[in-house]
Design a protein around this ligand. Sequence first.
Ligand SMILES: [Zn+2]
Length: 247
Amino acid sequence: METRATRIAGSAAAAGPGPGAGTVRAAAVAAARVLDLLLPPRCPGCGREGTVLCTACAAELDARLGLPPGMPVGLPSHVPLPLVAHEWCVSYAGLGRAAIHALKYDGERRLAEPLGAALARRWIACGAGGDVLVPVPVHRDRLRERGFDQARLIASAVGRAGGVPVADALVRRRSTVRQAELDRSGRAGNMSGAFEAGTAGAAAVRGRWAILVDDVMTTGATLREAALALHAAGAVAVSALTVARER
Ligand SMILES: [Zn+2]
């Protein structure tokens, strides 16, 4: 994935096929991530330089703060079972989409803090419960490629702002096709059995109300599979927090 810095460090990232090419590429990507953090930040909402997220755009993240909890009438899909609740800040368009793309694909990790803090505000305003935050993990191949797990960063920020522990209770079993490349029915099948809780993960959620954290909910297929894995591990309830929700 090309970032602002990989365009600058393009020659380093252009390692051809051959032994060690993956390692060279991973190192180039890691170096580019460092370079990204040295460039002046730019607000993903309005493009203003010098700020990770400007005050005006940050206020957009609180647009739903005063709304009652739960799903407004008129949205096309309800909360996917077995989730007991789903809360989010913004629709996956405009600022919501731009901010998540900047975090995931441009490597602007500093965005995780304001996004997670906004999500914690929404969660607290809803009076929603829960014992432990569980990020929806990316597969280890994706983690290697990207250098970080955006859901983990967001969950950490939610945990700090909301005073709730974070447990990496789930593992993604296999590298699924990117959900964005599939239609709705394909997404559900693609995610079937995608997650499991290891022994340590099960100990972290057994008998507890787990709160899944992810960047965006599209069809809900990913959250549903993650929730099923947490129930199988002994969680008594599972709800979800995502920064954005596709309408
Ligand atoms: Zn802005």
